[in-house]
Design a protein around this ligand. Structure first.
Ligand SMILES: Cc1cc2nc3c(=O)[nH]c(=O)nc-3n(C[C@H](O)[C@H](O)[C@H](O)COP(=O)(O)O)c2cc1C
Length: 191
């Protein structure tokens, strides 16, 4: 697969097939995260891998899925992620990992999609409850969760029609459309 095709396919996925992920999948995510770039090479991100069914059912109610889809409360029980990774900042190493966490997140999403596995970054959640659930001490701060599973929904990029309207939407067949701005509107100038 060409790289631009992989990037295009790596759309956020929020409804998942219940087929099991490869056994070593979660471990391999940490291997990939380990070799990602890091500001000052400080590597302050730590990870918790999650695929325990009972834990995932306690985690799920604390997540906000697709805030733009007002009439959708997130995946039904039989369409939920098969696994998650929690990305955690070790504050004894650095006070901020915003750039590092973004780089790792997209790298993991691309890695997963190359194997046909869909994913969704989750940055909106009940931070207090998730911190408790993950039993994080004061030194550790949750950044994102990323959900994984084989995709059950079709996701399609469309052009932004009106400059202000970037809201994703779904049609009657549950196809998920993601408006992206045009290249012309992104490229301010060539120098
Ligand atoms: C930092 C960040 C946080 C996000 N948090 C959530 C979230 O809490 N819930 C969710 O359903 N999607 C979340 N997303 C996914 C975005 O909604 C998604 O990237 C956007 O709609 C564009 O779709 P695409 O990923 O298919 O390009 C997040 C994405 C990023 C980059």
């Amino acid at each position: 697969m060409k790289f631009n095709q992989l990037v295009e396919m790596t759309r956020s996925c929020r409804r998942f097939d219940q087929k099991d992920l490869p056994q070593d999948f979660l471990d391999s995510l940490i291997e990939i995260a380990r070799i990602c770039p890091s500001a000052r090479n400080s590597q302050p991100l730590k990870y918790i891998t999650i695929d325990d069914q009972d834990f995932m059912s306690r985690l799920f109610p604390n997540l906000l899925w697709a805030g733009a889809l007002k009439n959708w409360d997130g995946p039904e029980t039989n369409e939920r992620p098969k696994a998650y990774i929690a990305m955690i900042l070790d504050k004894s190493i650095s006070g901020n990992a915003a750039w590092d966490s973004g780089i790792v997140a997209q790298t993991l999403q691309l890695y997963a999609m190359e194997q046909g596995i869909g994913s969704c970054i989750l940055g909106s959640f009940d931070k207090k409850k998730i911190t408790e659930l993950l039993e994080l001490d004061d030194k550790h701060e949750i950044q994102f969760l990323i959900a994984f599973g084989y995709p059950l929904e079709k996701r399609v990029i469309v052009d932004v029609k009106e400059e202000s309207d970037v809201k994703y939407y779904r049609d009657d067949n549950e196809v998920h459309y993601v408006p992206k701005r045009s290249v012309q509107s992104l490229l301010l100038r060539k120098i």
